[in-house]
Design a protein around this ligand. Structure first.
Ligand code: GYE
Length: 337
């Protein structure tokens, strides 16, 4: 067989190498999608929850686990026991673990910039759930949760209507949620956005009960003990505005223990867990604004979108209802929490 000169061989061979290289590159772009866990198995979501301070919180956690299972998403879950330091630690462990998406419920509004910058640098998208944060919006993909301002506004709206034929002064005591949490701030602002327009309403006291039943009872016990009844510094307490059902159930415990009839006072609450709806039906509460804890399914939709590189809305609000003493109670469905 005739020997092929080098002059011919080399250009032919290098030509083949170039063609092979182009083919490999082309193949890598067309066939292999962005490397996610999904292609190698399940999407992994790192989820930092505040704790289990209320029936609402427990249902929120359940909803997230249920939806993850239904969507075949693996969750690395952390219960922060009500401490921001634990949440920061958990989020950093999610970064080390290289989860696909991080979602967290910020116990308070600030102090998240650094850890979110670290997640961004690691290329891990973050969804803020339930409560909002004060930080550079480019550090997280979006927010999913309730509109706390609207909830406070709805409670005030009910009160305005209920008291439309009543002369002042109408004294209000507020049992507020965790200090510096967006939800407590927004529920307070939404409520005052209307109440402050009416001179007959006076918020004579506001105190942080940390969304806990025990604190709700403690605060009411102290007020009753120090004032010899449902009074404060010589003023009657006409209205109690409580930022969540746990604190409301706690103050009802105190009123019962002190033989004070809750029906003589207007009581407004937020969350709508079963026990508070039962108290409403029983005439002990006047208005309960729902805060929908079942955000799991929507969260998983957002997680999947992000993992597929699709943008998500900046803000996704959960829909809430309002339950009042004027309702036809026979239409009520079980609350599930
Ligand atoms: O109202 C309360 C929980 O962040 C909306 O936190 C949530 C609140 C909810 O402790 O029950």
């Amino acid at each position: 067989m005739k020997k092929i000169s080098k002059k011919v061989l080399i250009p032919v061979f290098s030509g083949l190498v170039v063609i092979a290289a182009i083919a490999i590159i082309a193949f890598s772009f067309t066939k292999k999608p962005k490397k996610t866990q999904e292609s190698q198995g399940k999407l992994i979501l790192g989820f930092s929850q505040i704790g289990s301070e209320s029936a609402w919180r427990t249902r929120n956690t359940q909803s997230i686990f249920e939806a993850a299972e239904q969507n075949d998403i693996q969750i690395i879950f952390d219960d922060a026991q009500q401490k921001q330091a634990n949440q920061l630690k958990a989020i950093r462990s999610f970064i080390v673990y290289q989860v696909d998406v991080i979602a967290f419920v910020p116990i308070v509004s600030d102090g998240w910039d650094n850890v979110l910058q670290e997640a961004k640098t690691a290329g891990i998208p973050v969804i803020v759930v339930d409560r909002q944060i004060d930080c550079d919006e480019s550090l997280y993909a979006g927010f999913l949760g309730e509109d706390g301002y609207e909830e406070g506004f709805a409670a005030a709206n009910f009160l305005i209507e209920k008291c439309k034929n009543r002369l002042g002064p109408i004294n209000i005591v507020e049992f507020s949620g965790t200090e510096n949490s967006s939800i407590a701030t927004l529920r307070a602002q939404g409520f005052r956005s209307i109440i402050d327009d009416y001179d007959k309403f006076n918020i004579i006291h506001s105190e942080d009960g940390d969304f806990l039943r025990s604190r709700g009872k403690e605060m009411m016990d102290r007020i009753i003990k120090e004032n010899g009844g449902l009074r404060l510094n010589g003023h009657t307490i006409d209205v109690i505005y409580s930022h969540n059902d746990s604190m409301t159930l706690g103050l009802l415990d105190s009123l019962h223990n002190n033989n004070i009839n809750p029906r003589n006072t207007i009581i407004l609450s937020i969350d709508a867990e079963q026990k508070s709806i039962d108290a409403l039906v029983n005439g002990e509460l006047n208005c309960v604004v729902e805060c929908n804890p079942n955000s799991g399914p929507t969260l998983m939709k957002l997680v999947k979108s992000i993992a597929d590189g699709k943008p998500i809305p900046r803000v996704t609000y959960m829909l809430d209802k309002i339950f009042t003493e004027n309702d036809d109670f026979s239409t009520y469905e079980p609350r599930g929490y």
